[in-house]
Design a protein. Structure first.
Length: 396
Protein backbone atom coordinates (compact mmCIF):
# COMPACT_ATOMS: atom_id res chain seq x y z
CA UNK A 1 0.00 0.00 0.00
CA UNK A 2 2.83 2.40 0.87
CA UNK A 3 4.57 1.75 -2.45
CA UNK A 4 1.38 2.34 -4.40
CA UNK A 5 0.75 5.57 -2.55
CA UNK A 6 4.32 6.67 -3.23
CA UNK A 7 3.88 6.00 -6.96
CA UNK A 8 0.67 8.06 -6.99
CA UNK A 9 2.36 10.90 -5.10
CA UNK A 10 5.34 10.97 -7.44
CA UNK A 11 3.11 10.88 -10.51
CA UNK A 12 1.19 13.90 -9.24
CA UNK A 13 4.45 15.68 -8.39
CA UNK A 14 5.77 15.11 -11.92
CA UNK A 15 2.60 16.58 -13.43
CA UNK A 16 2.76 19.52 -11.05
CA UNK A 17 6.41 20.04 -11.94
CA UNK A 18 5.56 20.12 -15.64
CA UNK A 19 2.75 22.53 -14.91
CA UNK A 20 5.21 24.78 -13.06
CA UNK A 21 7.63 24.57 -15.97
CA UNK A 22 4.91 25.68 -18.36
CA UNK A 23 4.05 28.63 -16.12
CA UNK A 24 7.72 29.63 -15.90
CA UNK A 25 8.22 29.48 -19.66
CA UNK A 26 4.91 30.86 -20.92
CA UNK A 27 3.44 33.12 -18.23
CA UNK A 28 6.29 34.46 -16.10
CA UNK A 29 7.61 36.90 -18.72
CA UNK A 30 4.27 38.74 -18.73
CA UNK A 31 3.61 38.66 -14.97
CA UNK A 32 4.43 41.54 -12.60
CA UNK A 33 6.75 40.80 -9.68
CA UNK A 34 3.91 40.30 -7.19
CA UNK A 35 2.19 37.96 -9.61
CA UNK A 36 5.34 35.86 -9.93
CA UNK A 37 5.69 35.66 -6.19
CA UNK A 38 2.11 34.45 -5.76
CA UNK A 39 2.65 31.74 -8.38
CA UNK A 40 5.84 30.63 -6.64
CA UNK A 41 4.05 30.46 -3.26
CA UNK A 42 1.15 28.47 -4.71
CA UNK A 43 3.38 26.08 -6.64
CA UNK A 44 5.73 25.38 -3.70
CA UNK A 45 2.92 24.85 -1.18
CA UNK A 46 1.06 22.52 -3.52
CA UNK A 47 4.19 20.49 -4.26
CA UNK A 48 4.64 19.88 -0.52
CA UNK A 49 1.01 18.74 -0.22
CA UNK A 50 1.27 16.42 -3.22
CA UNK A 51 4.30 14.64 -1.82
CA UNK A 52 2.51 14.22 1.50
CA UNK A 53 4.14 16.90 3.64
CA UNK A 54 2.25 19.16 6.03
CA UNK A 55 3.77 22.61 6.52
CA UNK A 56 3.77 24.26 9.96
CA UNK A 57 5.20 27.74 10.45
CA UNK A 58 6.44 29.18 13.74
CA UNK A 59 7.00 32.91 13.94
CA UNK A 60 6.56 35.72 11.44
CA UNK A 61 9.14 36.75 8.80
CA UNK A 62 10.75 40.12 9.37
CA UNK A 63 9.27 42.76 7.03
CA UNK A 64 11.29 44.22 4.19
CA UNK A 65 14.48 42.96 2.63
CA UNK A 66 16.67 40.56 4.60
CA UNK A 67 19.28 37.83 4.34
CA UNK A 68 17.57 34.57 5.32
CA UNK A 69 20.00 32.05 6.85
CA UNK A 70 18.74 28.47 7.30
CA UNK A 71 19.98 24.97 7.98
CA UNK A 72 19.90 22.54 5.03
CA UNK A 73 18.31 19.07 5.14
CA UNK A 74 16.68 18.27 1.79
CA UNK A 75 16.03 19.47 -1.73
CA UNK A 76 12.56 20.27 -0.36
CA UNK A 77 13.95 23.04 1.87
CA UNK A 78 13.62 25.60 -0.91
CA UNK A 79 9.94 24.75 -1.39
CA UNK A 80 9.31 25.06 2.35
CA UNK A 81 10.82 28.55 2.36
CA UNK A 82 9.12 29.58 -0.89
CA UNK A 83 5.73 28.52 0.49
CA UNK A 84 6.28 31.19 3.18
CA UNK A 85 8.64 33.68 1.49
CA UNK A 86 8.15 33.37 -2.27
CA UNK A 87 10.27 36.48 -2.84
CA UNK A 88 13.40 34.78 -1.45
CA UNK A 89 16.23 34.44 -4.00
CA UNK A 90 18.40 31.46 -3.14
CA UNK A 91 22.12 31.13 -3.63
CA UNK A 92 22.71 27.68 -5.16
CA UNK A 93 25.64 25.68 -6.44
CA UNK A 94 26.07 26.06 -10.20
CA UNK A 95 25.69 22.27 -10.66
CA UNK A 96 21.93 22.74 -10.48
CA UNK A 97 22.00 24.42 -13.89
CA UNK A 98 22.84 21.01 -15.40
CA UNK A 99 19.72 19.29 -14.00
CA UNK A 100 17.15 18.72 -16.77
CA UNK A 101 13.96 20.80 -16.50
CA UNK A 102 14.68 21.56 -12.84
CA UNK A 103 17.10 24.29 -13.87
CA UNK A 104 14.34 26.25 -15.63
CA UNK A 105 12.17 26.11 -12.52
CA UNK A 106 15.08 27.21 -10.34
CA UNK A 107 15.84 30.09 -12.72
CA UNK A 108 12.23 31.26 -12.38
CA UNK A 109 12.82 31.80 -8.66
CA UNK A 110 15.60 34.29 -9.37
CA UNK A 111 18.33 31.94 -8.11
CA UNK A 112 21.91 33.19 -7.84
CA UNK A 113 24.51 30.58 -8.83
CA UNK A 114 27.86 30.01 -7.15
CA UNK A 115 30.65 28.12 -8.91
CA UNK A 116 32.42 26.46 -6.00
CA UNK A 117 35.35 25.30 -8.11
CA UNK A 118 36.30 28.93 -8.70
CA UNK A 119 37.48 30.34 -5.39
CA UNK A 120 37.02 33.95 -6.47
CA UNK A 121 33.45 33.38 -7.63
CA UNK A 122 32.26 33.93 -4.06
CA UNK A 123 33.33 37.60 -4.37
CA UNK A 124 31.19 37.98 -7.49
CA UNK A 125 28.18 36.37 -5.79
CA UNK A 126 28.59 38.54 -2.68
CA UNK A 127 28.55 41.63 -4.92
CA UNK A 128 25.34 40.47 -6.65
CA UNK A 129 23.77 39.62 -3.29
CA UNK A 130 24.67 43.05 -1.95
CA UNK A 131 22.99 44.75 -4.91
CA UNK A 132 19.84 42.68 -4.35
CA UNK A 133 19.80 43.46 -0.62
CA UNK A 134 20.29 47.19 -1.23
CA UNK A 135 17.22 47.16 -3.47
CA UNK A 136 15.11 45.66 -0.66
CA UNK A 137 15.05 42.07 -1.91
CA UNK A 138 15.25 38.91 0.23
CA UNK A 139 18.20 36.60 -0.40
CA UNK A 140 18.41 33.13 1.17
CA UNK A 141 21.48 31.01 1.87
CA UNK A 142 22.35 27.64 3.41
CA UNK A 143 25.68 28.47 5.09
CA UNK A 144 26.39 24.80 5.89
CA UNK A 145 27.10 24.42 2.18
CA UNK A 146 25.57 20.92 2.05
CA UNK A 147 22.74 18.90 3.56
CA UNK A 148 22.81 17.34 7.03
CA UNK A 149 20.72 14.65 8.72
CA UNK A 150 18.79 17.32 10.59
CA UNK A 151 20.01 16.22 14.02
CA UNK A 152 22.41 19.16 14.31
CA UNK A 153 24.29 21.85 12.42
CA UNK A 154 27.38 21.47 10.28
CA UNK A 155 30.09 24.15 10.39
CA UNK A 156 29.04 27.37 8.67
CA UNK A 157 30.79 28.83 5.62
CA UNK A 158 30.11 32.40 6.63
CA UNK A 159 31.66 34.33 3.72
CA UNK A 160 28.29 35.02 2.08
CA UNK A 161 27.15 36.83 5.23
CA UNK A 162 29.45 39.65 4.16
CA UNK A 163 26.72 40.87 1.80
CA UNK A 164 24.44 41.61 4.76
CA UNK A 165 27.28 43.25 6.70
CA UNK A 166 28.28 45.48 3.80
CA UNK A 167 24.70 46.66 3.26
CA UNK A 168 23.62 46.76 6.94
CA UNK A 169 20.76 44.41 6.05
CA UNK A 170 18.93 42.46 8.81
CA UNK A 171 19.68 38.73 8.99
CA UNK A 172 16.60 36.51 9.33
CA UNK A 173 17.47 33.21 11.05
CA UNK A 174 15.34 30.21 10.06
CA UNK A 175 15.31 26.67 11.48
CA UNK A 176 14.05 23.80 9.31
CA UNK A 177 12.98 20.42 10.65
CA UNK A 178 11.12 17.48 9.13
CA UNK A 179 9.39 15.02 11.48
CA UNK A 180 7.09 12.07 10.80
CA UNK A 181 4.75 9.67 12.57
CA UNK A 182 7.59 7.77 14.26
CA UNK A 183 10.62 10.11 14.29
CA UNK A 184 11.14 13.61 15.67
CA UNK A 185 13.68 14.04 12.86
CA UNK A 186 12.39 12.16 9.82
CA UNK A 187 14.75 9.72 8.12
CA UNK A 188 12.58 9.82 4.99
CA UNK A 189 13.84 13.29 4.10
CA UNK A 190 17.56 12.62 4.57
CA UNK A 191 19.61 13.61 1.52
CA UNK A 192 23.15 12.93 2.64
CA UNK A 193 26.15 10.83 1.65
CA UNK A 194 25.71 8.76 -1.50
CA UNK A 195 21.94 9.28 -1.67
CA UNK A 196 20.88 10.24 -5.21
CA UNK A 197 18.09 12.65 -6.08
CA UNK A 198 15.91 9.79 -7.35
CA UNK A 199 16.43 7.82 -4.13
CA UNK A 200 15.56 10.89 -2.08
CA UNK A 201 12.42 11.45 -4.16
CA UNK A 202 11.27 7.89 -3.51
CA UNK A 203 11.98 8.01 0.23
CA UNK A 204 10.20 11.35 0.54
CA UNK A 205 7.13 9.99 -1.24
CA UNK A 206 7.11 6.94 1.07
CA UNK A 207 7.09 9.08 4.22
CA UNK A 208 4.28 8.64 6.77
CA UNK A 209 2.81 11.77 8.32
CA UNK A 210 5.76 14.01 7.44
CA UNK A 211 5.57 17.53 8.86
CA UNK A 212 7.90 20.32 7.73
CA UNK A 213 8.53 22.98 10.39
CA UNK A 214 9.99 26.37 9.57
CA UNK A 215 10.94 28.44 12.62
CA UNK A 216 11.89 32.09 12.15
CA UNK A 217 13.80 33.15 15.24
CA UNK A 218 14.76 36.78 15.70
CA UNK A 219 14.92 37.78 19.36
CA UNK A 220 11.40 38.86 20.37
CA UNK A 221 9.83 40.22 23.50
CA UNK A 222 7.48 37.23 23.41
CA UNK A 223 10.43 34.94 24.19
CA UNK A 224 10.35 36.31 27.75
CA UNK A 225 7.66 33.89 28.93
CA UNK A 226 9.44 30.74 27.82
CA UNK A 227 12.88 32.04 28.79
CA UNK A 228 11.64 32.88 32.30
CA UNK A 229 10.99 29.15 32.77
CA UNK A 230 14.42 28.27 31.31
CA UNK A 231 16.13 30.69 33.73
CA UNK A 232 14.10 29.68 36.80
CA UNK A 233 16.63 27.24 38.29
CA UNK A 234 18.55 28.76 41.22
CA UNK A 235 21.62 26.66 40.33
CA UNK A 236 22.17 28.89 37.30
CA UNK A 237 23.12 31.76 39.64
CA UNK A 238 25.68 29.91 41.79
CA UNK A 239 28.63 31.72 40.18
CA UNK A 240 27.02 34.81 38.66
CA UNK A 241 24.86 35.84 41.59
CA UNK A 242 21.39 37.27 41.30
CA UNK A 243 18.07 35.45 41.16
CA UNK A 244 15.67 34.12 38.50
CA UNK A 245 13.93 37.03 36.76
CA UNK A 246 10.15 37.28 36.76
CA UNK A 247 8.43 37.18 33.39
CA UNK A 248 7.60 40.89 33.39
CA UNK A 249 11.13 41.84 34.43
CA UNK A 250 12.56 39.70 31.62
CA UNK A 251 10.07 41.16 29.18
CA UNK A 252 11.16 44.70 30.05
CA UNK A 253 14.81 43.64 29.68
CA UNK A 254 14.14 42.20 26.22
CA UNK A 255 12.35 45.38 25.19
CA UNK A 256 15.49 47.37 26.07
CA UNK A 257 17.77 44.92 24.27
CA UNK A 258 15.68 44.97 21.10
CA UNK A 259 15.58 48.79 21.17
CA UNK A 260 19.39 48.75 21.07
CA UNK A 261 22.16 50.57 22.89
CA UNK A 262 21.78 54.33 23.36
CA UNK A 263 25.53 54.63 22.74
CA UNK A 264 26.22 54.74 18.97
CA UNK A 265 29.64 53.19 19.62
CA UNK A 266 28.06 50.09 21.19
CA UNK A 267 25.91 47.38 19.58
CA UNK A 268 23.85 44.83 21.47
CA UNK A 269 23.45 41.45 19.78
CA UNK A 270 21.17 38.85 21.35
CA UNK A 271 19.98 35.41 20.30
CA UNK A 272 17.88 32.66 21.83
CA UNK A 273 19.06 29.05 21.51
CA UNK A 274 16.33 27.07 19.72
CA UNK A 275 16.55 23.28 19.93
CA UNK A 276 16.10 21.30 16.71
CA UNK A 277 13.65 18.97 18.43
CA UNK A 278 10.35 19.79 20.20
CA UNK A 279 12.11 21.08 23.32
CA UNK A 280 11.74 24.78 22.42
CA UNK A 281 14.15 27.37 23.79
CA UNK A 282 17.15 26.23 25.84
CA UNK A 283 19.09 29.42 26.59
CA UNK A 284 20.58 32.63 25.25
CA UNK A 285 23.80 33.93 23.74
CA UNK A 286 24.66 37.62 23.73
CA UNK A 287 27.41 39.94 22.63
CA UNK A 288 28.16 43.59 23.32
CA UNK A 289 30.28 45.00 20.51
CA UNK A 290 32.16 48.22 21.20
CA UNK A 291 34.33 50.29 18.89
CA UNK A 292 36.13 51.83 21.90
CA UNK A 293 39.57 50.45 22.90
CA UNK A 294 39.47 47.51 25.27
CA UNK A 295 39.72 48.69 28.90
CA UNK A 296 42.48 47.23 31.05
CA UNK A 297 41.14 45.68 34.29
CA UNK A 298 42.98 45.61 37.59
CA UNK A 299 45.76 43.20 38.54
CA UNK A 300 45.09 39.64 39.60
CA UNK A 301 44.24 39.01 43.27
CA UNK A 302 45.65 36.16 45.29
CA UNK A 303 45.22 32.80 43.53
CA UNK A 304 41.93 31.05 44.25
CA UNK A 305 42.19 27.32 45.10
CA UNK A 306 40.87 25.29 42.18
CA UNK A 307 40.82 28.27 39.83
CA UNK A 308 41.58 28.00 36.12
CA UNK A 309 45.25 28.74 35.43
CA UNK A 310 45.65 32.14 33.82
CA UNK A 311 48.25 33.73 31.63
CA UNK A 312 48.56 37.02 29.82
CA UNK A 313 49.08 36.67 26.05
CA UNK A 314 50.58 39.60 24.16
CA UNK A 315 47.75 41.66 22.66
CA UNK A 316 47.24 45.07 21.14
CA UNK A 317 44.43 47.07 22.79
CA UNK A 318 43.63 49.16 19.68
CA UNK A 319 43.24 46.65 16.85
CA UNK A 320 39.54 47.15 16.30
CA UNK A 321 36.10 46.57 17.84
CA UNK A 322 35.83 44.39 20.94
CA UNK A 323 33.03 41.87 21.51
CA UNK A 324 32.20 40.78 25.04
CA UNK A 325 30.22 37.53 25.02
CA UNK A 326 28.05 35.78 27.59
CA UNK A 327 25.78 32.76 27.49
CA UNK A 328 23.42 30.71 29.61
CA UNK A 329 21.85 27.31 28.97
CA UNK A 330 19.00 25.96 31.09
CA UNK A 331 19.85 23.21 33.57
CA UNK A 332 17.97 20.38 31.76
CA UNK A 333 20.06 20.97 28.60
CA UNK A 334 23.49 21.34 30.14
CA UNK A 335 26.22 18.81 29.40
CA UNK A 336 25.03 18.28 25.80
CA UNK A 337 27.44 20.63 24.04
CA UNK A 338 24.70 23.18 23.31
CA UNK A 339 26.57 26.16 24.76
CA UNK A 340 29.79 25.12 23.02
CA UNK A 341 28.04 24.91 19.64
CA UNK A 342 26.34 28.28 20.13
CA UNK A 343 29.46 30.16 21.27
CA UNK A 344 31.61 28.62 18.53
CA UNK A 345 29.07 29.75 15.95
CA UNK A 346 29.09 33.25 17.43
CA UNK A 347 32.89 33.50 17.37
CA UNK A 348 32.92 32.17 13.80
CA UNK A 349 30.49 34.96 12.90
CA UNK A 350 32.83 37.50 14.54
CA UNK A 351 35.62 36.22 12.30
CA UNK A 352 33.68 37.51 9.28
CA UNK A 353 33.13 40.93 10.84
CA UNK A 354 35.52 43.70 11.83
CA UNK A 355 35.69 42.38 15.41
CA UNK A 356 39.30 41.81 16.43
CA UNK A 357 39.04 40.89 20.12
CA UNK A 358 36.55 38.58 21.84
CA UNK A 359 36.39 38.57 25.62
CA UNK A 360 34.38 36.76 28.30
CA UNK A 361 34.36 36.99 32.08
CA UNK A 362 34.17 33.64 33.88
CA UNK A 363 34.16 32.75 37.57
CA UNK A 364 37.39 30.93 38.46
CA UNK A 365 35.51 27.85 39.66
CA UNK A 366 33.01 27.66 36.81
CA UNK A 367 34.70 24.80 34.98
CA UNK A 368 31.82 24.25 32.52
CA UNK A 369 31.93 27.85 31.23
CA UNK A 370 35.73 27.69 31.11
CA UNK A 371 35.47 24.61 28.89
CA UNK A 372 33.03 26.39 26.57
CA UNK A 373 35.31 29.42 26.27
CA UNK A 374 38.34 27.24 25.58
CA UNK A 375 36.45 25.32 22.89
CA UNK A 376 35.67 28.66 21.22
CA UNK A 377 39.36 29.59 21.16
CA UNK A 378 39.44 31.95 24.15
CA UNK A 379 42.25 31.72 26.72
CA UNK A 380 42.38 32.92 30.35
CA UNK A 381 44.43 36.02 31.08
CA UNK A 382 45.96 37.37 34.27
CA UNK A 383 43.26 40.04 34.48
CA UNK A 384 40.29 40.03 36.85
CA UNK A 385 36.98 41.91 36.77
CA UNK A 386 34.45 41.79 39.62
CA UNK A 387 35.83 38.49 40.89
CA UNK A 388 35.92 36.84 37.46
CA UNK A 389 38.81 35.95 35.17
CA UNK A 390 38.93 37.70 31.84
CA UNK A 391 39.24 35.32 28.88
CA UNK A 392 40.33 36.65 25.50
CA UNK A 393 40.70 35.63 21.90
CA UNK A 394 42.53 37.88 19.47
CA UNK A 395 41.18 37.42 15.96
CA UNK A 396 43.62 37.26 13.02
Amino acid sequence: MRRLRAVVRLSRCVLHGLHGLAIALLHFPALPVDGRHERIRWWAAKMLRLIGIELRIEGVPAPGGSLLVANHISWLDIMVVHAVLPQARFVSKADVKAWPLVARLVDAGGTLYLERERKRDAFRVIHVMAEALRSGQTVAIFPEGTTSTGHGLLPFHANLLQAAIATATPVQPAALRFSDATHLVSEALEFVGETTLLQSLWRSACGEGVVARLALLPLRVEHAGEMAAVLADLDLYTFTGGAPPARQVLRARYERLIAGSPDPAVSWCNWVIQLSGPGGLAGTVQATISTAPEPVPGPAPEPVPGAVAAHEPPVSRHRGPVAEVAWVVGTPWQGQGIATEAVRALVAWFAQQSVRTVIAHIHPRHQASAAVAAAAGLAPTGQWHDGEIRWRRTMP
